[in-house]
Design a protein around this ligand. Sequence first.
Ligand code: MOS
Length: 726
Amino acid sequence: MKFDAPATQNPIDQLKVVGKSTDRIDGPLKTTGRAPYAYERHDVAANQAYGFVVGAAIAKGTIRSFDLVDARAAPGVLSIITTLDYEPLPLGGQNTANLFGGAKIQHYHQAIALVVAETFEQARAAASLIQVDYAREDGKFDLEREAARAKPVPDEDETNEAGDFAASYARSEVKLDQRYSTPDESHAMMEPHATIAAWEGEKLTVWTSNQMIAWGKRDLARALSLKPEQVRLDSPYVGGGFGGKLFLRADVVLAALGARTVGRAVKVALTRPLMINNTTHRPATLQHIRIGANRDGRILAISHESISGNLPDGEPETAVQQTRLFYAGESREVSMKLAQLDLPEGNAMRAPGEAPGLMALEIAMDEMAEKLGLDPVEFRILNDTQVDPMKPERPFSARHFVECLRTGAERFGWQKRKATPGSVREGRWLIGMGVAGGFRNNQLTRSAARVRLSRDGKITVETDMTDIGTGTYTIIAQTAAEMMGVDLDDVIVKLGDSDFPASAGSGGQWGAANSTAGVYAACIKMRHQVATRLGLNNADVIFSEGEVRSGDRALPLRNAAHDGELVAEDGIDYADDFADRAQQSTFAGHFVKVAVDAFTGETRIRRMLAVCDAGRILNPKSARSQVIGAMTMGAGAALMEELVVDKRFGFFVNHDLAGYEVPVHADIPHQDVIFLDTTDPWSTPMKAKGVGELGICGVGAAIANAIYNATGVRLRDYPMTLDKHL
Ligand code: MOS
């Protein structure tokens, strides 16, 4: 189905099932431990052996040789494969660092060997006996030092300049010129990267944990020089990804190579230290923002520069993205620079670009409001825009940012905030409130599904879409139930198998809207088949309560499958220029109250509120869970999360959950989420947009601004640990 004009009235608008707060249909399986995650799939292949991955102990250099004598002789060892046994495996387009093969080491804990043994303990013990002779080279590990040599990376797909920034800035009456920084961060999902691999002749199956099944199939085939049809990925349950499982990682290719070597199924999980240094992370940024405005508070000029680092051929963190679009102003320029670093690969982590970009921009907006003597809510409202400020002929498809701010201010009790910093005190605690805007784009991407109607009237949906803890199973079931006029209980959803039609996958908060739109398309096709089979008029047919009605006729839906199961497959496709005709984004207002210990600088969050404008909310309950999870991640980014770089040896030191701190329940005492009742007909026939990443966008700055309001100390470098108050 081609989607090339804004959606009109359609069966989803009935909202009998869609749009209702609905418990996860996979909840009972998960809460009783019966949802099988990759490493626990004991039943999929017999006689599974265990693989243990060895990571390089240097950050840069080459391997001269391995001494495997002791390791091979260790109990239970079946085989050891090393990186010297292979050429570097060909990489998929979105991977940067080598996954395995060759003597060259690009980063610390790059995979250099796999020990396969009868038990996990035996594999791990043998791995510790491997001796490696390295030729170590000096590397570049310090972003601040390399920043001076960073090279511009113009974003060819985007507009980087509009108007004349220098001239508009020069004649601005009030100016801000400040620098901000964000650290390297880790996804720190609960489930590690894990894979069981088994070969049947030349056919490889991997039971794994991956967000993007179609990419994984393509890239695994490429890595092992197989045809795509020789490869199957299965990933029905994913214990968190946050971008860390978008692309193929070493667990997948090493399980496959190990299984081929020993002629048995092999299972491999990355240990927590390997997750930190072997896989990817959110790159640190150094940001420079200048804003000029007139005394009346109207912005004239905005400039945003971001410097990040990555391995050669790696991508920059696109932290300037939102600055193109978020606020009005006649002139702006955005730019990114990339420094070469020999740290592990930087890549996408939840809301790549906007998450760290807004951590800077939204502090800058708070600083400007103060310089102008304006309330920070009003300053943002004053500079709202309903069109792309760099291409004014292009409107936003739907933008209710002002309503997010007004609703939030009212519900949060913003009028009680004292504009003068440091003026509210409760004993040793300084109390402050902060606000920030949230912004995240909505991306359209093809998504397909197959729908089956069986003789008992049950609907089965099959798509390679993943549920990374987001609630995908449930919103897909809701969509199919609404479209086919059946109860939620009559829908079976099967996900994550590359033998199913290729979906949008889970990434970039595009999963919910696109994958359900693919199910919508398949259901439209199924409805036609049903109407034809039942001899009903397709034009006025209604699917409701297990019946199909047309005029004064009503027939049970299951009658259509009387002579055998009906199957319909289709996908949603977008006209090439569709996304260019209107800018699709999502918006939020974040409000935070903090208490800061006047003596130690310890910051405690007291309350958080997010008001979200993200189109139709398909399931308010699971969407709320997405947003509060993202707000929690934003609190982590603001107050504690930081991969600490060892600048001598080039690795992330705090490579476990003891050292890499994430928020716990005690850090998050109170959260509220309000969804504006909006739809966006430009997004898909579902009129829904992404929301899973919106929740993290802006939170960090709202906390920073609350700390400033509490203390009068302006922090611009994250995380805002207590030492930064000194
Ligand atoms: Mo998201 S960082 O695209 O999983």
